[in-house]
Design a protein around this ligand. Sequence first.
Ligand code: ME8
Length: 528
Amino acid sequence: MCKKCYITTPIYYASGDVHIGNSYSTIVCDTFARYHRLKQDETYFLTGMDEHGQKIEEAAKKQNKTPQAFVDEVALRTKTLWKNLEITNDDFIRTSEKRHTKIVQKIFEQLLSQDDIYLGTYEGDYCVPCEAFFTKTQLNEDGTCPDCGRKTIKVQEESYFLRLKKYEKQLYQFIQEHEDFIQPETRRNEVLSFIEQGLEDLCVSRTSFEWGIPVLSNPKHVIYVWIDALANYLTALGYQSDDDELYQKFWNHGDEVVHVVGKDILRFHAIYWPIMLMALHVPIRFKLYAHGWILMKEGKMSKSKGNIVYPMEVVQSYGLDALRYYLVKEMPLGNDGIFTWERFIERYNVDLANDLGNLVSRSISMMNKYFDGKVEKPKKNEFSYDQEVEETIKNTIATYIDSFDHFQFQNGLIAVWELIDRMNKYIDETSPWVLAKDEKQKEALQDVMYHLYEGLRLVAIMISPVMPATSQIILEELKVEESLKTFSSLQFGLTPASRVIEKAKVLFQRLNMEEELKKHELNACSDE
Ligand code: ME8
């Protein structure tokens, strides 16, 4: 079934370079996009940058740059990073682009004319040295600034507000009626209980800084963060522009719209965004997948803790697929995962070098040794294990599809690695080196090779959204023909015959834990 799917990442703040934590959002979205393309779904994958706001204005000032020049540089570095991580996004939206700012102004004016936005007074606590406003809940317990710890002062500022209260009931009902709107369920429950406490109208403009989209009818105000940022999901599709073909296709008439967000920005997407759409009379077509954080040993990654890991650091030492595998596999949807070099190297050695790498090299070497690289479909199964392996393959494919369809990549990969383990065990059970000594066992030996060949072919297809390069190498080494690399060929026994490459590449070279940890200037640690 061919579906039209629109997949988005959060747009990243251009206040600094993206690290391994934010890259996680992009890598899982890329996995999802690649999976949909594998299924032959028509897929549109969007990522981008959130370029306005006081923090960015300040960061630019510190570097003696205009905010625009500052964000231009960050955007360029981010685009290059996505290219290096082989992210297959179809578009890269920047909130300082005209195509975005024009429509955001239009949306704001529409909401204003409908009285969904009104002019009021924002009262808040302001930290003078930090030049920042804070809400009551953001302040330290003694009322001081959460950033610098100094006293804050009460200030009033004329601001526009978006009516959230007006839509509170409608939103609550919508979430209750659409069980899969917010996933996983724990996050959905959090949002419902937040709404139950009552919503306050949201301040959506500021007069205290300039780097933002001016309100068209009152330009001393700039549109404050969330209306600007959230609208990217529509402006990138050409919503309300002269060319809204993508909007019509992927939003209005699309089959699946998925916004992937970290847990810290779930509320904005689960509350402000649907309310904005309700007010704009745009259908709420999206589902939200909220993921947890990648934590370091010391907790969340932060510049002050000095524990930030940048993705290229990992890629340069261990390759892209190892990074992609680790991030996708180690993070259960909705919960936090952990990144430590020790854990990363352990997974690299066990899952990639030992389990997958060995299976590929052992299998290809035996196919060459015993049959000159030729593999043929056997007439019958020779072993009781054959049936078991076929059964495991069938179950693995079913679990994989069900998991990947529902953004549960970790479960899908666990199933694939169980199959890899099963095949490694199958080699031990059938002992091909013993069969090879007896000419009468030739068909039995051929049968074993075929099961390994098919198992590997299917593993290679299933890992392709996560580890595209590794998948491609395995498929090439097995000389799988194009028609048998597809989603619809995820089935045991479709290969009539093949001739594999003479010698397999070492996919993942085993690493020495101590040496690697030394390189990262970290001591071996128990990370949990
Ligand atoms: O929030 N582990 O941008 P952002 C996993 N501009 N995810 C992490 C993470 C970590 N350690 N650290 C950050 C913004 N993230 C807004 C979004 S969307 C209309 C506007 C995730 O650059 C975080 O949860 O601060 C968020 O989903 C994303 O990176 C972008 O964060």
